[in-house]
Ligand binder design. Structure first.
Ligand SMILES: Nc1ncnc2c1ncn2[C@@H]1O[C@H](COP(=O)(O)OP(=O)(O)OP(=O)(O)O)[C@@H](O)[C@H]1O
Length: 625
């Protein structure tokens, strides 16, 4: 545990902080806006009808403010004109008609506003769901090796975290377009009166915009630069309080250690963020005052014109109203612009994640080789070497041997000797760094990886304990058959899982694991019996059991492998076990040490040879004497 944290500390100490300086230039920010068309296309595909309805309502709503202001002007001028008439000639009806019109427009504006908000929220929900699904689907396509890279996790994390901000971005972009149209209408009225007012408006608003942009950029840099720490914070939060870790956290008294680290990191982030938000609030207040000064300067000018009789009182209210409204709109547009630009930057993370491509895919440039049914020769390792990403040392090197079709091969070697790595290469979770693996004479890379995996059934030592029902836990071996009760029951009988299921109150429908209400937990060995059943759900030609029996008692393991031998007659199989009673059942045994080939042969041959296998066998046998 300590080593994980040491390395995490080392990573965060080495990584240059990006929050001290703006990480992005203005040009980069503008170029991020180039992501918007692709983004809008995604929104459109989410629901063309909702998007279209949203646009139509917004267009209608864009025209209303200027119409309301104009009717307001007419009402005032009408009232003043009426006031100048002799009392007998005064009649309210034209004013009342105008008032009714304004009332109607106000109601319409409110209804359209609510309609837009409703459509935004529906479209936003759909969009959030669909982008989560796309994220999951894309993550599933990527290589295992990409999951083992921390930069990948940072990308995934950023893409995942910003689901909410993407839906906000969507309504912001649409509001932006709507406000531009409203502004256009108002600007025509204002420019007709005096074009200089438009300039004054810009002078009042632009400083606030620049301030906002600057702080948005800082804020993005801070959040972006802190992604690894925020992942660590999440990790600490989960480790400090979860059913999986509670046992060891208590026994080893780790709560203080975890919370101290959490406190230290979260305080550091709080301080950095605090200084940013405080500065932002200060400057924000100042720029708002500049904006207000611009507004009042324009107001004074318009009033002076009214006093001189150059404009009517109705026009005075129209102009002052337009100016105030435009200032609000312009401020909104500009500050939204910087948050749209910020959203577009986050969008970059989202698209970056989708631009990651797996390497282990079907080769589209050549026709794929049909998978041999049945496998005739077997798998041939030709001088295979493999090094994990970022690892210094080779996990496997110069490995040459053949796994013959129909043979049961056991892998023997001490911890870390490369047994699991070999299995991962066979199932093409990775490709060899050097050398190649042939299947019936052709490189494994010439086959479709999807098809290869369908033909291979692997149960790993760290198999997943799905928090699903017992039946579904077995069915994951071949999920298309999840409704096929007979098949699930037969797989359970073959792996001895049926005796486990029999004891569960709800049998195959019983949720196992403690995460969800009503779940029943199993012992380590019981879980293994269930996981083993997954191998029997498949019609695989190659079965691999990578130590999934370590927690079984000796009798159960013996029985499991006896059955395994019977049930996989004629099939190719690879077994990994540290128990020699199991290993000796295999046709041949491959011994590897520190990633290197040591010897291969049957139990008898290897004992007779008196090499490493014989030595290890004697060692274990001596333990029982
Ligand atoms: N994802 C990984 N990234 C980097 N190194 C790894 C990774 N997985 C395994 N290794 C390293 O590769 C070597 C071989 O590991 P492997 O898991 O194949 O051993 P093994 O023989 O299956 O061990 P065990 O008997 O303990 O299961 C080890 O030195 C291990 O530290």
């Amino acid at each position: 545990m300590a080593s994980i944290f040491d390395s995490l500390h080392a990573v965060s100490a080495k990584r240059p902080r990006q929050d001290g300086k703006p990480a992005l230039t203005v040009r980069e920010r503008f170029s991020a806006l180039g992501n918007l068309p692709e983004f809008l296309k995604l929104v459109w595909h989410t629901s063309p009808s909702l998007t279209l309805a949203n646009i139509v309502l917004r267009l209608l709503r864009a025209a209303l403010p200027v119409a309301i202001l104009y009717v307001g002007q007419l009402i005032l001028d009408q009232v003043i004109a009426l006031g100048r008439l002799p009392a007998a000639e005064r009649t309210l009806s034209p004013v009342l008609t105008l008032l009714a019109l304004e009332f109607g427009l106000a109601i319409l504006s409110d209804a359209l506003g609510r309609g837009v908000a409703l459509l935004d929220s529906l479209l936003g929900d759909l969009f959030a769901n669909q982008s989560s699904i796309r994220l999951m689907e894309h993550a599933a396509r990527l290589d295992l090796d990409q999951f083992e890279d921390s930069a990948f996790y940072d990308k995934l994390e950023r893409a995942r975290r910003q689901t909410l901000s993407r839906t906000v971005l969507m309504s912001q972009v649409l509001s932006q377009a709507q406000d531009f149209i409203t502004m256009g209408f108002l600007a025509v009225g204002l420019a007709a009166f005096n074009p200089w007012l438009l300039l004054l408006l810009l002078v009042a608003v632009v400083p606030a915009f620049l301030g906002e942009s600057h702080f948005n950029e800082r804020s993005y840099s801070l959040v972006h630069g802190w992604t690894p720490e925020r992942r660590e914070l999440d990790y600490l939060r989960v480790t400090g309080a979860s059913d999986e870790t509670a046992k060891e956290v208590k026994i080893f008294g780790l709560a203080g250690f975890l919370t101290d680290r959490f406190r230290q990191l979260s305080d550091e982030f709080y301080e950095k963020n605090k200084s940013l938000v405080v500065r932002r609030a200060g400057w924000g207040t100042f720029f708002a005052a500049v904006g207000a000064a611009g507004y009042y300067a324009a107001y004074v000018y318009i009033i002076a014109q009214a006093v001189r009789g150059a404009v009517s009182i109705g026009q005075l209210t129209f102009l002052a109203g337009s100016f105030a409204r435009m200032r609000g709109l312009l401020e909104g547009i500009l500050s939204r612009f910087s948050s749209v630009a910020e959203g577009a930057l986050y969008l970059q993370d989202f698209f970056d994640f989708f631009h990651l491509q797996p390497r282990i895919v079907r080769n589209e440039t050549r026709p794929v080789r049909p998978f041999p049914r049945p496998i005739r020769v077997g798998f041939e390792f030709e001088n295979v070497g493999f090094k994990y990403r970022n690892a210094e040392k080779w996990a496997l090197r110069n490995l040459s041997f053949t796994l013959h079709a129909g043979e049961k091969l056991a892998l023997v070697g001490e911890n870390g000797s490369g047994k699991t790595t070999l299995v991962k290469l066979l199932s093409r979770l990775y490709d060899p760094t050097e050398g190649r693996i042939l299947l019936d004479g052709y490189d494994l890379r010439e086959y479709d990886p999807q098809e290869l995996r369908q033909e291979i059934g692997v149960i790993f030592q760290d198999f997943v304990r799905f928090q699903l029902s017992a039946g579904q836990n077995l069915a994951v071996g071949r999920i298309e058959e999840k409704e096929n009760t007979a098949r699930i029951q037969s797989a359970a009988a073959q792996s001895l899982a049926d005796s486990v299921v029999k004891k569960l109150p709800q049998g195959y429908d019983q949720i196992i694991g403690r995460r969800f209400a009503g779940g029943v937990d199993l012992s380590g060995g019981e879980w293994q019996k269930i996981a083993l059943g997954r191998a029997y759900m498949r019609d695989a030609q190659l079965l691999i059991l990578d130590e999934p029996t370590a927690a079984l008692d000796a009798r159960a393991e013996y029985e499991v492998f006896q059955r395994f031998n019977e049930l996989t007659q004629g099939k190719t199989a690879v077994l990994i076990s540290h128990r020699f009673s199991t290993v000796r059942m295999a046709d041949r045994i491959l011994v590897i040490e520190q990633g290197k080939f040591i010897e291969i042969g049957s139990h008898q041959e290897l004992l007779a040879r008196g090499g490493r296998y014989a030595e290890l066998f004697q060692l274990q046998a001596a333990g029982y004497r």
